[in-house]
Design a protein around this ligand. Structure first.
Ligand SMILES: NC(=O)c1ccc[n+]([C@@H]2O[C@H](COP(=O)([O-])OP(=O)(O)OC[C@H]3O[C@@H](n4cnc5c(N)ncnc54)[C@H](O)[C@@H]3O)[C@@H](O)[C@H]2O)c1
Length: 246
């Protein structure tokens, strides 16, 4: 028996980066996996790909129902879809604040709300949210993004408390800077990509970026039935960024 045999998982933002690595790992370990993403190009060929924007409540309800209907169950939800923002507190418009919070925070509420009836029927129900190191450490030019991920940290604990008596575990991972297409875009937009890449590596005590596979490993560990006593945990996968001074 593989670790996730018989379990059905849904991964938001599962077509790229951390989400795609998580889909591949859960599939490899025996889960049936659905990708819920606003673009499903590049989704794992063995996954059920459902195109859906997490800011659209109706679309989310339909997508979660489609995945649960296809598998006949839904046991694991990985709330990973997210977008970035840069600038200090004055540098984003009200519209941008609402847009980023809508994806990164309200998106988690929408997806989990739609999945709850299915999770309540599972014997191994688990939710894992993708938080960030910026929830715990003040980094420059990350006011809006940091606020959104601070909210994800608090939401994870609140959800864990609300659903612990229903047998639904809720945890999060908090990655440092991860080598994904997201960071590729960030570098491409910088004035001096090699210097920016070197600065990002130097910021991590480990001296390199985190890999998407390393974050996927932590997500899968938290989602695993073997982690049955782990709830309300936020696991840092950040090369020491938030906890070490070296
Ligand atoms: N890359 C990093 O350094 C880093 C660090 C800490 C946390 N994170 C978090 O990890 C998560 C994944 O990031 P990544 O680096 O893999 O980025 P990525 O851009 O490679 O992947 C993000 C995925 O989310 C999807 N997505 C975005 N908005 C969506 C929406 N409204 N509805 C549905 N899908 C949507 C995108 O289409 C994409 O497939 C995000 O929540 C991000 O905040 C990333």
């Amino acid at each position: 028996m593989s670790e996730f045999d018989g379990l059905a998982a849904l991964v938001t933002g599962g077509a790229s980066g951390i989400g795609a690595a998580t889909v591949a790992l859960l599939h490899e370990r025996g889960a049936r996996v659905a990708v819920l993403d606003r673009t499903t190009d590049g989704a794992h060929p063995q996954a059920l790909a459902v195109r859906c924007d997490v800011t659209d409540s109706g679309a989310v309800a339909g997508a979660v129902a489609a995945a649960a209907g296809h598998f006949g169950a839904l046991d694991i939800v990985i709330n990973n879809a997210g977008i970035g923002a840069s600038g200090d507190v004055s540098e984003n418009s009200d519209e941008e604040w609402h847009r980023v919070l809508d994806v990164n925070v309200v998106g988690i509420a929408r997806v989990t709300r739609a999945a709850l009836p299915h999770l309540r029927r599972s014997r191994h129900a688990a939710v894992v949210n993708t938080c960030s190191a910026v929830a715990f450490t003040g980094l420059r030019s990350r006011a809006l993004y940091g606020a959104s991920k601070g909210a994800v940290a608090a939401l994870t604990l609140a959800m864990a408390a609300d659903h612990v008596h229903e047998g639904i575990r809720v945890n999060a991972v908090a990655p440092g800077t991860v080598d994904t297409p997201w960071v590729g875009r960030l570098l491409a937009a910088s004035a001096d990509p090699p210097a920016t890449a070197a600065a990002l590596r130097a910021r991590q005590p480990l001296g390199r970026l985190v890999t998407a596979q390393e974050v996927a490993h932590a997500i899968a560990s938290l989602a695993s039935p073997a982690a049955a006593s782990t709830t309300g945990a936020i696991v840092r996968v950040d090369g020491g960024l938030t906890s070490l001074r070296v």
